[in-house]
Design a protein. Structure first.
Length: 202
């Protein structure tokens, strides 16, 4: 639709470090944040992967705070996990992962090789990013990614250009082809502008 927010392509040019800010003071009033997620099994390996990824990101001295979606299949794990994330300087945001994964997607990309139990259904939990309207912009990064240079400029571009609804990475993924770009994107690195209207339409 002509009224839909525009999309931008994430570049690779890093900006000079702006200096770190105190996470405890900036989490509550920052207009934007780096977002991660730990969903589904929420086991020790996934938690360690998240902590490692955020530790590497912090070495780039980001100006914006870090948050993480938390949606464990076993809700009893959420409270203890949130406490550990807070101790690591990450603001946890608990989501109802069941509500977002109740309609599992199907297709040739959903099952890999012989492991037919492997599913991307918990990836749907990332859609909760659109519901976090306390932030103007969220830059989501998969916890298996390592950010080696400061990328605050991506968030700052989104803050300065309200007409851009989201920004996606160009990484050779076939879903970013001209034919499919309008309906499929790679959400491994994804900047979004939270919107209740957009969330309800997903």
């Amino acid at each position: 639709m002509s009224s839909a927010p525009a999309a931008a392509v994430l570049g690779s040019h890093a900006r000079p470090n702006a200096g770190a800010t105190d996470a405890s003071s900036s989490m509550q009033d920052s207009p934007a944040a780096y977002a991660f997620a730990i969903l589904g099994r929420c086991d020790a390996m996934l938690e360690a992967q998240l902590i490692a990824s955020t530790t590497i990101l912090n070495r780039t001295r980001p100006r914006f705070p870090l948050i993480s979606l938390v949606g464990c299949e076993d809700p009893g794990k959420n409270a203890a996990l949130c406490r550990r994330l807070q101790h690591a300087g990450i603001r946890p945001v608990v989501i109802d992962v069941g509500a977002l994964t109740s309609k599992p997607c199907r297709g040739k990309y959903w099952d890999f090789g012989r492991n037919k139990n492997y599913s991307f259904r918990h990836t749907m939990g990332k859609l909760a990013l659109w519901n976090l309207t306390r932030y103007q912009v969220l830059l989501f990064i998969d916890s298996d990614a390592a950010v080696l240079r400061n990328v605050d400029h991506i968030i700052e571009m989104m803050l300065g250009r309200p007409e851009v609804g989201h920004a996606v990475a160009v990484d050779g993924c076939p879903t970013l082809s001209a034919a499919a770009a309008s309906s499929q994107i790679n959400t491994g690195v994804w900047a979004v502008r939270p919107s209740q209207t957009a969330y309800r339409s997903l």
